[in-house]
Write a protein that binds this ligand. Sequence first.
Ligand code: DAH
Length: 339
Amino acid sequence: MLSKINEIRAELEALHAANVAEVEALRIKYLSKKGAISALMNDFRNVAADKKRELGQALNELKTFATERINNLREAASAGNDAADGLDLTRTAAPVRLGTRHPLSLVREQIIDIFRRLGFTIAEGPEIEDDWHVFESLNFAADHPARDMQDTFFIGRNPEVLLRTHTSSVQTRVMTSQQPPIRIICPGRVYRNEAISARAHCFFHQVEALYVDRNVTFADLRQTLLYFAREMFGPQTQIRLRPSYFPFTEPSAEMDISCNLCGGKGCSFCKGTGWVEILGCGMVDPAVLEACGIDSKVYSGFALGMGIERITNLKYQVKDLRMFSENDVRFLEEFTAAH
Ligand code: DAH
């Protein structure tokens, strides 16, 4: 067997090939399942036990050598001959595998698209904010619980600089830089100092909408909400507004939609109530308008804010918030054709 191994090795050393096709023929001759080296590997079973070590090693070396040799030949052949016979220009191109959109991007785009149809334009603000834009201008009393260290990430030791806890800060950024009419939608990432679990994360995404003009009323808000809910969750969707409290709106409300899983009959998702909460809203508090230099006797406005994760959960029943930031391809690929 050793002589056979040496013989093949000598053959390999002497090999040459004019083009890629010839290299492939050589690969088949030596390295395929039915090739010369596989045949030797088969014979190896019958080798006497005391020879196995030496011959086994020689065989392995032969195989490595052959693989290297064929690879070198292939490289040489294709380098010289690409334009001639190495490259088949008539061959169908290998399909390009498309990636998928992240579910949060998909839903954010859907939300923006709905508001765009109502004339809203996108506004953005910084994630690293100051106290005034996140809290002070939005009427948060100095001892409001949301200012507590537990909720807010501060940057360094300066209590004035923080990561925004909501996108409402973009409202005041825009209102201090332009006069009404203002009709903006503000998507963005927000941060809260929460322990990470299936139901809470230290960062998530919100979309804020703000409309300020002469004679904006609660009826405008309600109709906008109904339009949004039906565009987002289907024409059969019902909405209900419950009185609530936010420092920057008066009156304030929370909006529920009829449960899109059971259609309002009551199921485990809506805890038997038939309704699920999706956003907070209200009429912009006149004190907020004034703080931003807008005359509250002339102008009024409404605002609303929602969590993109929340809307995505409702649409696609993602049970664990952490899925959104773990980048598990198996999860992400489920959204290839989502709409
Ligand atoms: N900023 C609120 C939050 O983070 C959400 C919100 C509620 C935004 C009511 C609004 C609003 O614009 O009117 O929970």
